[in-house]
Write a protein that binds this ligand. Structure first.
Ligand code: ZN
Length: 131
């Protein structure tokens, strides 16, 4: 299997923050900021597409708990959720990144500056595929 499977089976060290029958949540070892956690299914799949519905629901319920924890612990007014899947999935094991966000925290990712013409083309390409 993989390192994340080992974490899920308690065979690898991790700062575990939460565990359910289908998920385990632990601190990212290279955090974007304090509180950055990974939520993984206890199932080795690399893509959201291959994850059974009950795991998707459980992951999002745990993400919601993480967001509430960010509010309590850090008084965070926002949060980020990110996932790299398929061929870009580290360890080949699906994982959600969740982290608190703060005003002027410097975190940023920008592909374009959002010009209408660019966005029109991108939306047109994706629209029919989002079924
Ligand atoms: Zn795995």
């Amino acid at each position: 299997m993989c390192l994340f499977c080992d974490v899920g089976n308690h065979k690898a060290d991790a700062h575990i923050v939460n565990e359910t029958d289908k998920t385990i949540t632990f601190l990212d070892i290279n955090p974007a900021n304090e509180g950055h956690m990974l939520i993984i299914p206890k199932l080795h799949v690399d893509s959201l597409v291959d994850l059974p519905d009950e795991y998707v629901l459980e992951l999002m319920n745990v993400a919601r708990k993480a967001i509430k924890a960010f509010e309590k612990v850090y008084q965070a007014k926002g949060y980020g959720i990110m996932q790299n899947g398929g061929a870009n999935c580290e360890f080949g094991h699906f994982h959600l990144h969740v982290f608190p966000r703060f005003e002027n925290d410097g975190y940023d990712w920008i592909y374009s500056t959002g010009e209408k013409e660019v966005s029109d083309k991108v939306a047109a390409k994706l629209k029919d595929a989002m079924i």
